[in-house]
Design a protein around this ligand. Structure first.
Ligand code: ADP
Ligand code: MG
Length: 252
């Protein structure tokens, strides 16, 4: 916030302006406009196939788009490789299926990018990795392999790995939807702590309790469009759009 209490353009970390994307003939994202302030927590929900994953993948250039623009911290995401490198340092992503390297220990999974990309000395990278493993409450798993951990533990490793790049933005794509019910809470607890520390977060999830606890805004997508946007309490308790109402009646 600026001194007069107004939101200034500088407070916006992520600009998505009139974003449109096609997969071949299929128009997957339609006129998306989304502006995310520093420290803001956004939850995206909507039916399967509505374009949620595609939208957040456009925010770190895992997907290209054909029209409109995405800017992260002033960096335009286009074909410029330098911009891509810059943005990958600022944005980290956690996927539904953890995407850890199975043949590497947890510690090696965490230190790989800091050592290779950032040329961090081994000892420093390991100290940093251990501090993040402590933050996600599994430092004792450092020397195991991913297959020896539960799904909830693997997802917490994936979150620790994302934190190792010291990102300004964390993107989560249904981080708990591949987990057994008893493991969901341990992952959400870690995400709540991150949210409370002020990390800017965009999270695709249908976890309503989590959304109510941390989200500043909930965005509902259907058929490639944002069709409703509100505070979590208004969104879940008093949805306005018919399609939102239908969706909520199916997940709740
Ligand atoms: P969501 O995450 O909301 O389930 P997605 O963004 O994954 O939706 O997908 C939106 C639509 O785009 C779906 O109809 C899906 O089949 C289609 N789609 C996703 N990825 C591709 C791709 N690489 N090529 C073609 N179509 C795709
Ligand atoms: Mg998806």
């Amino acid at each position: 916030m600026s001194s007069n209490g107004q939101t200034s353009a500088d407070d916006i970390l992520i600009h998505v302006n009139d974003l449109n994307k096609w997969y071949g003939e299929f128009h997957v994202l339609k006129d998306i406009n989304l502006h995310v302030k520093k420290g803001e927590k956004i939850i995206i929900c909507g039916p399967s196939g509505s374009g949620k994953s595609t939208l957040i993948r456009c925010m770190n250039r895992l997907e290209k788009y054909q029209a409109g623009e995405v800017l992260i911290d002033g960096i335009l995401l286009d074909d410029n490789v330098k911009n891509l490198e810059a943005v990958r340092k600022e944005v980290a992503m956690v996927f539904q299926h953890f995407n850890l390297f199975p043949h590497m220990t947890i510690l090696d999974n965490l230190t790989l990018a800091p050592r290779l990309v950032n040329k961090m000395p081994k000892k420093d990278a390991e100290d940093m990795a251990m501090s993040y493993l402590e933050r996600v409450k599994i430092p004792q798993q450092a020397n195991k392999f991913p297959g020896q951990l539960s799904g909830g533990q693997q997802q917490r490793v994936a979150i620790a790995r994302a934190l190792c790049s010291n990102p300004r933005v964390m993107l989560f794509d249904e981080p708990t939807s591949a987990l057994d019910p008893e493991m969901i809470k341990e992952v959400l607890d870690v995400m709540v702590e991150l949210a409370e520390e002020g990390t800017t977060m965009i999270c695709v999830t249908h976890e309503m309790g989590f959304a109510k606890q941390v989200a500043d805004r909930v965005i509902f997508m259907d058929e490639g469009r944002i069709i409703e946007e509100n505070t979590p309490h208004e969104f879940f308790d008093n949805p306005q759009n018919e399609r939102t109402q239908l969706f909520l009646s199916q997940i709740l």
